[in-house]
Design a protein around this ligand. Structure first.
Ligand SMILES: [Zn+2]
Ligand SMILES: [Zn+2]
Length: 389
């Protein structure tokens, strides 16, 4: 099929929406102007608009025909990151310390583009829910929408998500069954020993030496404890302790993140971490206070809906441009909460090989892929909610 000419022609209009959103980034649960923009556009396209889920969430409802009773949810995220943009582009962020550095401005635009295209052509039979969620980056806006009744208010057969992916060529889509993004947990550790003179370590309990052993030993969770075929990452990302060269600090604070895919491995991390940390502390006469917080669960695509996603992508881009062999990412994604409740699939949309990474101050969403995203959403709806002929 390829990209329909009427979708390719949207390039300029989509780019202007995307850059407008890019100039005015808003952080988690503060997406007031963004959600106004989204709601205004959806109303313009003649959709029924529901607002207020998770504070700034927006759901657009588009019905066509009524024979099948089938329904589908398509989801985009709207939030930006607390980051100073360094691109110097003419449409760079106008807001200090806020930037759309993950491309959620592009995701929002592509879903709006699909709403526009599908509302004009109505080449499907059933109901499409366009879900615009706040706070993907860290505050779990997707979880809040689900808790506030997203799927009760809008019963849908399946839900789909996408993310632009720098490093993958434009015109490619990666689709994968099973876990695609990791569960993300956070830990904080305070090691307490006995501070004193650095020249008389025998009179104290050195929290720096104890902490160094903890950092090294925590790596054995992934290298020696977990099944090597079931990935897990434990990264200590912060060490704070000491203010002088001649004082052994009484306390050292450590913090970091743990990532995993399977529920069993995720359950194992916290007790193992406690055993290792407490064991090392006990060996040295120190003590530790450990806080372990569970964040986003793993994002797990269902098999059937992943085949549907691959089929739509293949119809749009040709089978050679649909990658089904790309490994999962240890990053995390709060679309996971939607996939815990509904079958569905989260795909990666190639954004170009030589592009700055997600979350970089040099990141620049590739506007070239906007029509491809619109084409994918539209193909998916037309495939899954076929019009009776
Ligand atoms: Zn991000
Ligand atoms: Zn993102």
């Amino acid at each position: 099929m390829g990209l329909k000419p009427e979708i390719s022609e949207l390039q300029e209009e989509l780019t202007s929406w995307r850059r407008e959103l890019h100039m005015h980034p808003e952080l988690a649960f503060e997406e007031e102007k963004t959600s106004d923009f989204v709601a205004m556009k959806l109303e313009e396209f003649g959709l029924e608009v529901h607002r207020g889920l998770a504070h700034t969430g927006v759901v657009g409802i588009l019905k066509s025909g009524n024979e099948s009773g089938a329904s589908i949810g398509l989801r985009a995220d709207m939030d930006a990151l607390p980051l100073a943009e360094e691109t110097n582009l003419p449409y760079a962020s106008r807001v200090e310390q806020k930037m759309h550095a993950c491309g959620h401005d592009g995701h929002t635009t592509m879903l709006l583009g699909a709403a526009m295209h599908l509302s004009e052509h109505k080449n499907f039979d059933g109901t499409v829910y366009f879900i615009f969620q706040p706070a993907e980056e860290s505050a779990g806006g997707g979880e809040v929408m689900v808790k506030e009744g997203l799927f009760d208010l809008f019963p849908m057969d399946a839900v789909y998500g996408m993310h632009n992916w720098p490093g993958m060529p434009v015109g490619e889509i990666a689709v994968r069954s099973g876990p695609v993004m990791a569960a993300s947990d956070t830990f904080f550790v305070t090691v307490t020993g006995k501070g004193g003179h650095a020249a008389m370590p025998h009179l104290g309990i050195d929290t720096v030496v104890v902490s160094a052993q903890i950092v090294s030993a925590l790596q054995t969770i992934s290298s020696r404890i977990a099944d090597p075929a079931d990935p897990v990452v434990v990264s200590v990302t912060q060490i704070h302790g000491g203010d002088a060269t001649n004082i052994i600090p009484e306390q050292v604070e450590l913090a970091g993140t743990a990532r995993s895919f399977s529920a069993a491995t995720r359950e194992m991390i916290e007790p193992m971490m406690r055993r290792i940390i407490n064991g090392i502390c006990q060996a040295h006469g120190a003590s530790a206070e450990i806080t372990y917080e569970r964040g986003y669960p793993a994002t797990i695509n269902s098999d059937l809906e992943t085949d549907h996603a691959a089929q739509a992508a293949s119809r749009l881009l040709g089978p050679d441009n649909v990658r089904r062999d790309k490994g999962p990412s240890m990053g995390s994604e709060d679309f996971a909460y939607m996939l815990e409740k509904k079958p569905g699939s989260y795909i990666w949309l190639g954004a170009g090989e030589d592009r700055a990474q997600l979350h970089s101050p040099h990141y620049d969403f590739n506007d070239e892929i906007l029509p491809i995203g619109v084409g994918y959403w539209s193909a998916l709806v037309e495939d899954q909610l076929p019009k009776a002929s």
